[in-house]
Ligand binder design. Structure first.
Ligand code: ZN
Length: 359
C-alpha cells in the first residue's frame, strides 16, 4: 500500500570532509555558535561576550593606524643562530618554520604610521611567531624604532604579546631587556611619550623590560600579564593566589596599569591620548600654565604616584581605590589643562610635563 511505502527521497552521498570546515565556531568563553567571519570583522572578539581571540600583528596594525600610512622599517633583520642551539629541533629550523607559517621575519613588526593624523613610531609584537619571544632581533628592532622616534620627535607605541625572552638565544635575549629599557630612557630624556599596550599574554622578560615602562600603560580586558606563571609563583611562595591574579582587571585595581581598553576602542583611545600629549609639539606652542583656580591633582589625592614630583618627565597617577567602579570617561590632566573622552571603562590620568621634545 502506497501509504506505508517509503518515499523516494534523493540520496545525498558525501564525505564529512566535503562540508566546509570552520565557518562557524563555538565561543570558548560563552559557548555561543558564532560565524567565523563575524568574529574576524569584530577584530577577533566574540560579538556575544567580547572574549578576545589572538589577533595577528598585521591585522593589529590595520586596526590601529590611519589607512595606508604604515611604513615598515628594519623589516630585513633576521636572527642568526650564534649558539647553534638545538632543543627538540635546531633553532635555525624552528625559525624557518615560524617564518613559513606566519609570513613574518621575527616576532615584531616595527615602523611608522599615523593615528588620527599624528605620526607615531610603532612596534607590534606577534605571539604566533615563536610565542612572541624576544630574541636579538625583537630587541634590536624595538630599540631602533625608539631611537628613530627620538631623532624624529615621535611618540612611541609598542603593543606586546609575548611569552618572554627567547630561550634559544640564552643571554643574548636577556641583554635585550637592558637595551630596550636604555633606549626608552633616551626617549624619556627627550620628553617624548611611550604608550605601552599589553595584550594576552604579556609575560617574562617582555613584562620585565619595555612593556611595563610605559608613561601610559593600557591593557586589553582579561589579558594575562605577569613575569612568572601563577603555578611557579604558587610553588615558590607556598600560598594560594587571589582570584584573577595576573589579569588586567587585578593589575588595574593594584595600580600596575593605567586603563583597560576594549580592542574596538583602542585606536580612538590612542588618538585621544596622542592628540593631548603631542598637542604642544603639533601646534608649536608652549604648554599652557596651570590656572590658579584649577589646582593640579596632588599625589595625596590619588592611590599611587610614581617618580619625583619635580621630575620633568611625564607621570601618571592612579585612581583612588575608594572610587569603587572606574569612572565612565578618560580624563587626562596636563599642567592644569584637562580633557575628557567618551571612552568607557577607564580612569583619570594626571600628567605633568615640560614641552614635548625639549629635554
Ligand atoms: Zn563568546
Amino acid at each position: 500500500m502506497s501509504l506505508f511505502s517509503r518515499p523516494n527521497y534523493l540520496k545525498i552521498f558525501g564525505k564529512k570532509k566535503d562540508i566546509p570546515q570552520g565557518l562557524w565556531i563555538k565561543c570558548k568563553n560563552c559557548e555561543a555558535i558564532v560565524h567565523k567571519k563575524e568574529i574576524e570583522e569584530n577584530l577577533m572578539a566574540c560579538p556575544k561576550c567580547s572574549f578576545l581571540y589572538p589577533l595577528g600583528s598585521k591585522q593589529r596594525i590595520k586596526s590601529l593606524v590611519d589607512e595606508g600610512t604604515f611604513t615598515e622599517m628594519f623589516e630585513n633583520l633576521q636572527s642568526g643562530d650564534p649558539l647553534n642551539f638545538i632543543d627538540s629541533k635546531p633553532y635555525a629550523k624552528r625559525q624557518k618554520e615560524a617564518q613559513a607559517s606566519t609570513g613574518l621575519k621575527d616576532a615584531v613588526i616595527t615602523g611608522t604610521g599615523k593615528i588620527h593624523s599624528i605620526d607615531v613610531g610603532l612596534g607590534i609584537m606577534d605571539f604566533a611567531y615563536m610565542g612572541g619571544s624576544m630574541g636579538s632581533v625583537v630587541g634590536e628592532k624595538i630599540t631602533r624604532i625608539i631611537e628613530y622616534a627620538v631623532d624624529n620627535k615621535l611618540p612611541v607605541i609598542i603593543l606586546s604579546s609575548s611569552g618572554g625572552a627567547r630561550m634559544q638565544e640564552s643571554t643574548l635575549s636577556l641583554m635585550q631587556m637592558a637595551k630596550t629599557s636604555a633606549a626608552l630612557g633616551r626617549l624619556r630624556t627627550a620628553n617624548l611619550p611611550f604608550i605601552s599596550i599589553l595584550t594576552h599574554p604579556t609575560t617574562g622578560g617582555t613584562t620585565a623590560s619595555f612593556a611595563t615602562l610605559g608613561d601610559i600603560i593600557i591593557a586589553e580586558p582579561k589579558a594575562l600579564i605577569g613575569f612568572a606563571g601563577p603555578r611557579v609563583i604558587q610553588q615558590t611562595i607556598k600560598q594560594d593566589l587571589p582570584d584573577g591574579f595576573q589579569k588586567s582587571e587585578f593589575l588595574l585595581e593594584h595600580g600596575m596599569i593605567d586603563m583597560i581598553i576594549e580592542r574596538k576602542d583602542m585606536r580612538n583611545t590612542l588618538g585621544f591620548i596622542l592628540n593631548f600629549l603631542m598637542h604642544d609639539t603639533l601646534n608649536g606652542s608652549k604648554p599652557e600654565q596651570p590656572e590658579k583656580q584649577t589646582p593640579a591633582v596632588k599625589p595625596s589625592d590619588t592611590q599611587q604616584s610614581f617618580g619625583d614630583k619635580k621630575s620633568p618627565v611625564i607621570k601618571t597617577a592612579h585612581p583612588v581605590k575608594s572610587h569603587g567602579t572606574p569612572s565612565a570617561k578618560i580624563t587626562i590632566e596636563k599642567n592644569g589643562r584637562k580633557k575628557s573622552s567618551d571612552q568607557p571603562h577607564t580612569q583619570k590620568i594626571t600628567i605633568e610635563s615640560k614641552p614635548v621634545g625639549k629635554p
